[in-house]
Write a protein that binds this ligand. Sequence first.
Ligand SMILES: [Zn+2]
Length: 279
Amino acid sequence: MNTLVDSHCHLDDYTDLPEVLARAKAASVGRLLAVGIGDGPETMHRALEFAHTHPQVFATAGIHPQEAHQATPEHLAKLEKLVSDPRCIAVGEIGLDYYHLDNPDVPTQQAAFIAQLKIAAAACKPITIHCRTSELATPAAKQKYEQHGNPNAAWDDLLVLLDEHWVPTGLPGIMHCFSGNEEQAARSLAIGFYLSFAGNLTYPKSTTIQAVAKSAPADRILVETDAPFLTPIPLRGKRNEPAHVALTAKFLADLRGTTLENIADQTTANFHALFPTTA
Ligand SMILES: [Zn+2]
């Protein structure tokens, strides 16, 4: 089996991490990108600790949009310091989340996002993006987040902010757990982003994501688990872990009419192109 990369996983909460990493290795997952959002900025350094103790693990650091109200000068300074570490290869997951009613308001989320784009740009490191729309949100959340009843406001706002604050840097990024439509995919690809597909690609209702995954350019696709969340079929309902990225990769291979080996080679090469220090 060819080597796979899990381009986005959360390792913080595994009490059996050595076993989780051993199963990933046995499943040919040769690289893992551990996302450093912690339970909030206080613990966003944890992923980097894993990267320093496990050679196959690399880390990100960032303040999730759900914690945008915690993007204080002190926490942004902490982020800057983490990002200066060579094993911290990206800033994220950052972005906009217009789904949960309890999330910070739109101006707070956007300000935290812009501040972190500036930190990533100054460090010359790519970003990994979380974007969740209000399409399936409650009426109260829709009321809070949607301008003019636009269920795609999160994507529209995100792409406007990237155009202004990120595209001029010429740096790439990842649309983590890509769950948008064809237009959002095309706009992301046009600004140099990679589309990373998670376990929800395998769900029967994900026909739009599947259509995007089928036709996306081969040199811009990645696979991830977003573990411990979004367990792919046939293990849906159980806890997810990095070893299961192979199931999503196999599903993607079938969608694209190719082999698992081919998808493994391609997505691993793409990850190394995006992050040359991980090769
Ligand atoms: Zn995540």
